[in-house]
Design a protein around this ligand. Sequence first.
Ligand code: FES
Length: 178
Amino acid sequence: MAQKRKTSGTDSKPTAVRRIIAKYGGQTRAIIPILQDIQDRERWLSSQVLEEVARELDVPLAHVYSVATFYKSLSLEPRGRHICTVCMGTACHVRGGTAILEHFERRLRIRAGQTSPDREYTLERVNCLGACALAPLVVADGRYYSQMTESKANAVLETLGRRSERPHRNPSGAGRRR
Ligand code: FES
C-alpha cells in the first residue's frame, strides 16, 4: 500500500523535489511520475535528488535507484537541452543509419552516448524505434524525422538551435531501459 510522505518538523522552504512530491500527494506509488517530473525539470537525476526523494517518500534509497535505472527516460547523468536519437536498428543501418549517426557526431562534436559540454545536446543511438518503414529514422526532442539525410539532419539541428534561443522544457523519451 502506498505511503503518505512523512513531514519533517524542521522542514523550511519547500524544495523543487518536495513540491513535485506534494503534487502527487506524497504517494510512493507515484514514484515514476515523480522522478519523471524531476527529470523534466533538471534534465537528469543527481544522487542528491535521489536521496531527497528516498527521504521524502520514506523508501529505501536502493528502491529509488532501481526505478531510476530501469526506465530509459530517466537519466543518472546530465543530459542536454535537446536529445537527438539516431536509430541503428537493422532497417535503419542498411539504409544509411551509420552515415547519419556519424554526421550528427561531426556536427555536434560529440560521440553517441555523450552530452555536449554546454549541455545543449545529447546524442543517443538506439536499436529500432519500431517504425522501420521510415528508415533511416531520427528522433529529435520527441519528434520523428523519417528518411533522414545529411541535409535533413542539418535542418533539424538548425531548428533545435533556434529553439535554444527561447525558454524550453526538455522533453524526455518514453520507454523502459530494458
Ligand atoms: S530499425 Fe530503425 S526504426 Fe526499426
